[in-house]
Design a protein around this ligand. Structure first.
Ligand code: LCS
Length: 393
């Protein structure tokens, strides 16, 4: 698929051609562990890399490859690697790039399990982790050590929606010889393309907008051929956290409607954010699309839309937040995000409950913060649901 096509065309067509054998328009699901060789010689040639072709699905599978190609093209990257989950993508990248004695930097607002990985798992292997507040990218330069290898961040970050200036980060990283990795789960490639801003690698929890339907746990890493190749041969094949072919097939299906879904998520979230901001029982609303959002101008500069995620604090703190969560109907009380259904959750006791109170405060996650993933229902119904719930507080 030629890169000259626009995003929605690529979302439909990239990574797929009609099946050469049957003409099937939709890429077939190759739900197989192994691929038979015609002879011992052929098997040996495939293992030696002298002949192209499939061997075993942990090493490569046509359905998974089709997904990797589609996402790589949508991100504007050369290559991609699909993984069993978003956490598998993040841990694969870090274990692929770091070794004992290295130091890594990360922004201090991250998904709870990512913080847990950085605080409890990575250090066990002799790798040091320290945090900066990258809402001022100059903080990165101040924290670089001789052995610092990479800088890891989310933008918008889970759950406060903090934005990090990708272009500035890429420049600072270049002058300090750091590899940059962004977790783009909150945007999908439709709303921002970090590689175009100079970021080296993008990881996604494909569970979120890339899937869009809440029925797959998956992840994907996108970057240049060298980085992805090194990560694949260096650790991934041996660690083995691959995506199942069926999940790849579902994601290929979901991606065709990514632009349509994202437009609706964005317009619904904007309406919900404006409604909440104007409501007398709501204190603060954090949504990059609101002009009151401190980093609104930066969000406008580097994003093509503001997404479906927002968080807010009720005037009555955590008790009022709990009452709201217990009284909504259409908004389901559930973690995860980026699916058709609208979801509501409480970060301090749910997604970020693995993180200490002190770290939550540093990340700007107050005990009263409520997070919403605004779905693709009719906005009027979502607002009516919030209205009736807020009336009960
Ligand atoms: N990165 C971000 C920004 C996430 O929000 C999540 C999951 C992950 C990575 C991990 O992806 P997974 O392994 O689950 O595919 N976030 C969740 C959340 O906010 N609620 O439930 C899961």
């Amino acid at each position: 698929m030629k890169k000259k096509h626009k995003f929605a065309t690529l979302a439909v067509h990239a990574g797929q051609e009609p099946c050469l054998l049957t003409g099937a328009l939709v890429p077939p699901l190759y739900q197989t562990a192994s691929f038979a060789f015609e002879s011992a010689n052929q098997g040996a040639a495939r293992f030696a890399g002298e002949e192209k072709g499939y061997i075993y699905s942990r090493l490569g599978n046509p359905t998974i490859n089709a997904l990797e190609e589609k996402v790589a093209i949508l991100e504007g990257g050369e290559s991609a690697l699909a993984t069993a989950s978003g956490m598998a993508a993040i841990s694969t990248v870090l274990f692929g790039l770091l070794k004992k004695g290295d130091h890594m930097l990360a922004d201090n607002t991250l998904y709870g399990c990512t913080l847990s990985l950085l605080n409890h798992v990575i250090p066990k292997y002799g790798i040091e982790v320290s945090y900066v507040d990258a809402s001022d990218p100059d903080n990165i330069s101040g924290a670089v050590r001789e052995n610092t290898k990479l800088f890891y961040f989310e933008s918008p970050a889970n759950p406060t929606m903090k934005i990090v200036d990708m272009h500035a980060v890429a420049q600072i990283a270049r002058s300090n010889k750091l590899i940059t990795i962004i977790d783009g789960s909150f945007t999908s490639p439709y709303l921002q393309r970090p590689l175009e801003q100079g970021i080296d690698l993008v990881v996604h929890s494909a569970t979120k907008y890339i899937c869009g339907h809440g029925d797959v746990i998956g992840g994907i890493i996108v970057g240049n051929k060298k980085n992805i190749g090194d990560i694949k041969s260096g650790v991934f094949t041996d660690i083995g956290g691959i995506m199942s072919p069926f999940d790849a097939w579902l994601l290929l299906r979901g991606l065709k409607t990514l632009p349509l879904r994202m437009e609706k998520h964005c317009s619904n979230a904007m309406k919900v954010a404006q409604y909440l901001e104007a409501h007398p029982k709501v204190n603060e609303v954090y949504y990059p699309g609101l002009s009151s959002f401190p980093q609104h101008e930066l969000a406008k500069k580097q994003m093509d839309g503001f997404g479906g995620m927002l968080s807010f604090e009720m005037k009555g703190g955590i008790q009022a937040g709990e009452r709201l969560i217990n009284n909504v109907g259409l908004f389901r009380v559930a973690v995860s995000l980026g699916e058709a259904d609208s979801l509501i959750q409480h970060p301090a006791t749910m997604t970020h409950s693995f993180v200490s109170g002190e770290e939550r405060m540093k990340a700007g996650i107050s005990d009263g913060l409520v997070r919403m993933s605004v779905g693709i229902e009719d906005a009027e119904d979502l607002l009516a649901d919030l209205e009736q719930a807020l009336m009960k507080i």
